[in-house]
Design a protein around this ligand. Sequence first.
Ligand SMILES: [Zn+2]
Length: 109
Amino acid sequence: MTMHFISGAFHPGLNTTVRRGLEWFQKGLLPGDTLTLCVCPRRDDHTPIGEAKVAFVMAARIETIPNELMAYEHEPSCRTKEGLLDAMRKVLGDVRPDEVVTVIGFERE
Ligand SMILES: [Zn+2]
């Protein structure tokens, strides 16, 4: 499966990304699966940058994501709940703190 990112900021080891809704659960993404990472800030210029192995797939509400986990967010500006909400709102419009999301943990290969 290919996962698209607006920001190509990744760090060594575990990275996380937060996606609205349960779409990635419904796609059947599971730990151990391989993801192709694609960076496409404008959503029409797709640049696959490599593969990653899925570490975990977790349903949460934004406000219930453990703060300890926020430190692993791939995008530095999204490592606080406020920063994450701001970033999601820029792309998705209104996003509430109690909104259901899927947190995906992955490691670059
Ligand atoms: Zn893409």
